[in-house]
Write a protein that binds this ligand. Structure first.
Ligand SMILES: [Zn+2]
Length: 251
């Protein structure tokens, strides 16, 4: 069975934007992997970076386990993600380790530079993981194919200029919203941090509202919208439509 990789920047990025789609794919028997570039090392008022990372990696693994997924930490540091050789190798190591048929990641335009850099790194890794002479610093075989690559929507449904992204389709996740909520709820330390730093406690509610707004785009109660990467080399057909059928709705 094909493997599927959702690769975010911080623990909880994937849960907000793509966990419903992953839950649907897990139900259909796909092997799911969730990776994050960083371990959320700055999100605590009182713990050290190493301590909060340990907490957040545990929470991310617990969330992934709810859909039988494996969790991977790429090795980066929160608010330090950059398009560099070091980070390129981290991203390619994850791609080669998982060897996915389908990759989901952050959109190229988002509110946080860490997110945009991660998007670029994962996009690039999806392309170069199959280049035999590219040395990712680990004894992993090159991928034998270009994966399908999809970007989830920007946070808040808009780029930094307030414009909507050119979404291609949405997935109806109404039937798995409970699972999505359970997964996000695993990230309790992030919720505490946002309460402390942003005086904001709408963690689960915001996810539900966003899923409802995305659902409106496709005429369903709850949705997750995506853009397919159609750059040279990558498959051009939409494999998610084949897998999910009428749950996958073009915009
Ligand atoms: Zn994030």
């Amino acid at each position: 069975m094909d493997r599927i990789l959702a690769f975010g920047c911080h623990p909880d990025d994937v849960e907000f934007m793509a966990a419903g789609t992953l839950a649907l794919l897990a139900d259909r028997g796909y092997e799911i992997h969730i990776a994050t570039m960083t371990g959320g090392e700055v999100g605590s008022p009182d713990l050290t970076s190493q301590q909060i990372r340990a907490v957040r990696l545990k929470e991310a693994a617990a969330s992934a386990a709810l859909i039988g997924a494996a969790y991977h930490y790429a090795g980066g540091h929160d608010l330090e993600v950059e398009y560099s050789a070091e980070y390129r190798r981290m991203a390619v190591r994850i791609l080669r380790e998982v060897n996915p048929r389908i990759v989901f990641t952050l959109p190229p335009m988002d509110y946080l530079a860490d997110h945009e850099q991660t998007s670029l790194l994962v996009r690039n890794a999806s392309y170069i993981a199959s280049v035999p002479l590219y040395d990712c610093g680990a004894a992993l075989p090159p991928m034998a194919h270009f994966p399908y690559l999809y970007y989830w929507d920007a946070s808040g449904g808009a780029d930094i200029f307030g414009r909507e992204l050119p979404l291609h389709f949405g997935v109806d996740v109404t039937g798995v919203m409970e699972k999505k909520e359970q997964m996000l709820a695993c990230h309790e330390s992030q919720r505490e941090w946002l309460r402390f730093h942003n005086n904001w406690d709408q963690y689960i509610e915001t996810m539900k509202q966003h899923s409802a707004v995305q659902g409106q785009r496709i005429g369903r109660p709850h949705g997750e919208c995506f853009i397919q990467h159609l750059g040279t080399g990558h498959p051009q057909d939409n494999i998610l439509k084949d897998i999910l059928g009428e749950l996958c709705v073009e915009i």
